[in-house]
Ligand binder design. Structure first.
Ligand code: SF4
Ligand code: SF4
Length: 96
C-alpha cells in the first residue's frame, strides 16, 4: 500500500491547538541565562524557544506539539517544568 505525498503545510492544516489558560510548560529564565547549549532552540519542532539578545529565552506554549523533546534535551536542572495541558486543551491531530 502506498500513501500520497503531502507537504508540511498540508499536514499542518490538520493540526489544531486548543490553547489552555495555564501554560503546560514553563521556562525559568534565570537558569536559561547560564545555559551554554540552548539545545531547546534547535530541538523544538515548533520553534517555540527563541533566544533573546540578553542571553535568555522567549517561550510560547501555544503551538506546542507536546512531544517532550525540549525536556529531554535540556541539560540544566529546573529550567523546564513540563506537564500535559489541562483536559480538553492542547494539540489535536486530525486525519486530513
Ligand atoms: S530551556 Fe534548557 S536548553 Fe533551553 S536555554 Fe533553558 S536551560 Fe538551555
Ligand atoms: S514539547 Fe515539543 S513542541 Fe512543545 S515546546 Fe517542547 S519540544 Fe517544542
Amino acid at each position: 500500500m502506498t500513501y500520497p505525498e503531502r507537504d508540511f503545510d498540508d499536514r499542518m492544516s490538520t493540526v489544531e491547538f486548543r490553547v489552555g489558560d495555564r501554560p503546560h510548560i514553563t521556562v525559568d529564565q534565570d537558569v536559561c541565562r547560564s545555559c551554554t547549549t540552548q539545545a531547546c532552540v534547535h530541538a523544538c519542532p515548533a520553534n517555540l524557544f527563541v533566544p533573546t539578545a540578553e542571553g535568555g529565552i522567549l517561550f510560547n506554549y501555544e503551538q506546542c506539539f507536546e512531544c517532550g523533546t525540549c525536556y529531554q534535551v535540556c541539560n540544566q536542572e529546573g529550567a523546564i517544568t513540563w506537564t500535559y495541558p489541562d483536559g480538553g486543551h492542547g494539540v489535536v491531530f486530525r486525519k486530513g
